[in-house]
Design a protein around this ligand. Structure first.
Ligand SMILES: [Zn+2]
Length: 457
């Protein structure tokens, strides 16, 4: 301590040098990244990844597969809610990833006693980082909500949406707000200083505003048009907004429709949505390549959906890709078609058309008979689907004919869906960049949340 008295200027210089040195060594030890991406494929289990990876490898020009399959760190995570015997929903697992603790299904951002948590997004923001929350489903759907909201029930969409007004995050983007009072929710968010945007031009200019909420429908991959906005576009705009923040940023990106496709056992849409998610990760990976010393990317899922089994040895590459190319309609589109066809046509005719549209052009007699029987049952009941519109859009018309046809299509690719719900299967974790070694061992989703929180503090 003597040096403190030597010479004021010299001493300061020494102290400064010591401070800089220790800061650098701490940084080197913890390898604290300045830019953090958490990419969540909703419902994206190990087999969803393997199947989409094979498909991308076989169909891409350079033979490369999913970008995140090339990341150096690979592990798996458990996803159960606070009750370990149960299977998680997106609210409990989103909360675990965002806040670092377990909660009950249906709860957003709070523990089972309804004590609100502080998500990694808030922690990052408190520490001066910019924050972006992006999803290919509704901005106030469970997964993105877990990063900014605190509600007892995931379907309290208006209350969840209103919390956007209080989060002050720089950039939120996804499909339009869900809820009964969207108009009022938007007014609350606007009053808090947010610019409410939609449309391609507005997206391109979104970095001109301090705080942005961007809403736009994001079509399924097979239904994209040239002017459609995709998840990757939202990520690009988000990066334009927060990418040059001098204090770094935290960005959460959810590929939300992988889950919807798997709920519907829609094999083609499952692959398409995983590829869309991969394209979003590619945008992020380009950013990583420009800032490799400072950027961490963690890719994971909140749970597996559909109990998808897969054996790649069952089908040749050629059969695998040819079969997938045959799939023409998403489950929601096919359900609508079946409704049309049902006004005329006999059972067997409808069955044959549904099979062909699902990619099953070579149906066996047994398959045709099975689908014909389901058509018969479904038509005889003639039940009206009374679910809310948003539920139908989310999970497709959970039509028994559609599910059975899609299951036959999946089998032709060496795969099988064995559930229309979530499972407790461990999900993949892939990471690259400083800090990625922290995710090298198998872990639990809440542990991922805790580690991320540690990193932004
Ligand atoms: Zn989910």
């Amino acid at each position: 301590m003597k040096m403190l008295f030597i010479n004021r200027r010299g001493c300061l210089r020494v102290l400064l040098a010591v401070a800089v040195l220790s800061a650098t060594s701490i940084l080197a030890q913890s390898r604290q990244p300045k830019y953090i991406f958490l990419m969540i494929g909703d419902g994206m289990g190990v087999n969803q990844v393997e199947i989409a990876h094979r498909y991308r490898k076989l169909t891409s020009q350079d033979g490369s597969g999913l970008i995140f399959e090339s990341f150096p760190v690979h592990s798996k995570a458990t996803t159960n809610p606070v009750d370990a015997g149960k299977i998680t929903d997106s609210a409990a697992s989103g909360t675990a990833l965002a806040c670092g603790f377990k909660t009950e299904n249906g709860i957003i951002g709070m523990n089972p006693d309804f004590k609100p948590g502080r998500s990694v997004a808030f922690e990052a923001h408190d520490g001066g980082r910019a924050v972006a929350v992006i999803s290919s489903v509704g901005i106030n759907h469970a997964t993105p909500a877990a990063f900014y909201a605190h509600q007892k029930k995931r379907n309290m969409y208006d209350a969840i949406g209103s919390e956007i007004a209080r989060c002050n995050f720089e950039f939120l983007a996804g499909e339009p707000l869900l809820g009964d009072n969207q108009k009022q929710t938007r007014a609350i968010i606007k009053a808090a200083g947010y610019n409410l945007l939609s449309g391609r031009d507005a997206l391109a200019d979104s970095d001109k505003h301090a705080k942005v909420m961007f809403e736009q429908n994001i079509p399924y991959q097979s239904e994209l048009r040239t002017d459609s906005i995709r998840l990757a576009d939202l990520v690009r705009a988000g990066l334009k907004k927060v990418g040059d923040s001098p204090t770094g940023f935290f960005m959460m990106v959810e590929g939300g429709k992988i889950d919807w496709a798997c709920h519907a056992n829609d094999f083609g849409a499952m692959i398409g949505e995983t590829l869309e998610f991969d394209d979003a990760v590619r945008v992020v990976y380009d950013f990583y390549r420009d800032h490799p010393e400072e950027t961490l990317i963690v890719v994971t899922a909140d749970h597996e959906t559909g109990d998808l089994k897969y054996d790649s040895s069952l089908r040749s590459d050629q059969k695998f890709t040819a079969q997938i190319a045959n799939i023409r309609l998403t489950s929601a589109a096919l359900a609508d078609k079946i409704k049309d066809w049902s006004t005329k046509g006999d059972h067997a005719e409808i069955a044959a058309r549904a099979l062909a549209a699902s990619g099953v052009n070579d149906a066996t007699d047994n398959e045709l008979r099975a689908i014909t029987e389901i058509v018969e049952v479904v038509r005889s009941k003639d039940k009206k689907d009374r679910r809310a519109k948003e539920l139908k859009r989310m999970y497709g018309n959970r039509n028994a004919i559609v599910i059975a046809c899609h299951r036959f299509a999946a089998e032709r690719c060496g795969a099988s869906f064995n559930s229309v719900g979530h499972t407790s299967a461990m999900v993949p974790v892939m990471a690259v960049g400083p800090g990625s070694a922290m995710f090298a061992a198998d872990t639990d989703n809440a542990e991922i949340g805790r580690k991320l929180i540690q990193m932004v503090n």
